[in-house]
Design a protein around this ligand. Structure first.
Ligand SMILES: [Zn+2]
Length: 348
């Protein structure tokens, strides 16, 4: 919905120099003959001398010239800023070694201070924190997957990644930056349990639970673990697992029970955002793929959300079973629709 659909609202946006409006309309000033973005810092024209247009091109056709101040010959400033941050992320992603913030700023032709400010605004963390995270992830995941945060930002259509890192760390106990370089060859300890929904395997690293999987036999579950964690050393160790194993089983018996189990989540930034959003669907409720896509500010990514749900390795603790079709029908479930139905029924 366009929030600037009437001239009154448009005039107000111009008076407030509302940068959010820059993507929605522009205005031409009859007395000067220039076309400006709503956020232009030039002196306000009289309303009767202003003409509104949906795009700069339209205004040009009507005979207006570019404004030298707000640079209507370029994209709106907010878009230019966002593109600059994406470009910065690309450079960070492609550098083998961590590049210095000053060097990065220089390469982009902006001041270090400006880059820092933009990073905070668009990514939610400082460039330095971002670089450390990229590096930590590269060390952790380079052998598993080439996905980087940058790719995820690009794949996600350049949108604001928000305070993604801080939130995930807080909510899921993940801490990418503290993972040591050696964690590529992590030990993954696992154990089995029977649950009301069938046999499960629970696996964990030093960081937390990295998998909860349903399966028909122990052999098949171990096979799945080794395909999901090809670099890990798998250790059958139920004694070590007992606390978390028991917590997971309890949760399967009493779905709304709060259990304090740290998770070690491993996915692309996009997947992790989806999984984080799933954790916010309360027990006893469901959400559609489109709703989850909207919740992570990617309204067009419903299909990608569905894919991220199906690649979730931590069943139940990351409740991908609570995502259903838009019409409320159950869609597929990695561990069978019948199991999904049973899990949802148990939450009622
Ligand atoms: Zn202007």
């Amino acid at each position: 919905m366009d929030s600037y659909h009437s001239d009154v609202l448009r005039l107000q946006a111009v008076h407030e120099r509302d940068a959010n409006a820059d993507n929605s309309f522009v205005y031409g000033v009859l007395t000067t003959g220039v076309v400006c973005y709503p956020s232009c810092a030039s002196r306000a024209a009289k309303p009767e001398n202003m003409r509104y247009f949906n795009s700069v091109d339209e205004a040009l056709c009507a005979g207006f010239r570019y404004c030298k101040r707000c640079r209507t010959d370029l994209q709106p400033l907010s878009i230019r800023h966002r593109d600059l941050v994406v470009q910065a992320c690309r450079i960070v992603g492609s550098e083998g070694e961590v590049i210095r913030v000053g060097t990065l700023a220089q390469r982009l032709g902006v001041s270090r201070f400006h880059l820092q400010k933009l990073f905070k605004e668009y990514v939610g963390v400082s460039p330095k924190t971002y670089m450390q995270a990229v590096r930590a992830r590269r060390l952790c995941y380079s052998l598993e997957s080439h996905s980087t945060i940058t790719e995820a930002i690009l794949e996600a259509g350049y949108d604001n990644v928000g305070n993604f890192y801080a939130d995930v760390q807080k909510r899921l106990g993940m801490n990418a930056s503290v993972r040591r370089a050696g964690s590529v060859d992590v030990d993954v300890r696992y154990g089995f349990a029977d649950s009301p929904f069938g046999l499960i395997v629970v696996a964990q690293t030093d960081v937390g639970v990295c998998a909860v999987l349903f399966g028909e036999t122990r052999e098949l579950l171990v096979e799945e673990l080794s395909s999901r964690f090809p670099k890990a050393q798998l250790l059958f160790d139920e004694a070590h697992l007992s606390v978390h194993l028991q917590a997971v089983v309890e949760k399967l018996h009493v779905p709304d029970k709060y259990i304090d189990v740290p998770l070690d989540i491993r996915g692309t930034a996009f997947q992790e955002r989806v999984w984080q959003a799933l954790c916010e669907i309360p027990c006893g409720h469901t959400a559609s793929y489109a709703q989850v896509a909207k919740a992570i500010d990617q309204p067009k990514a419903a299909r990608a959300v569905a894919k991220a749900c199906s690649s979730n390795a931590i069943a139940v603790l990351i409740p991908c079973h609570r995502v259903v079709k838009g019409n409320g029908e159950l869609s597929g479930y990695r561990w069978g629709v019948e199991r999904k139905r049973a899990l949802l029924d148990s939450e009622q």
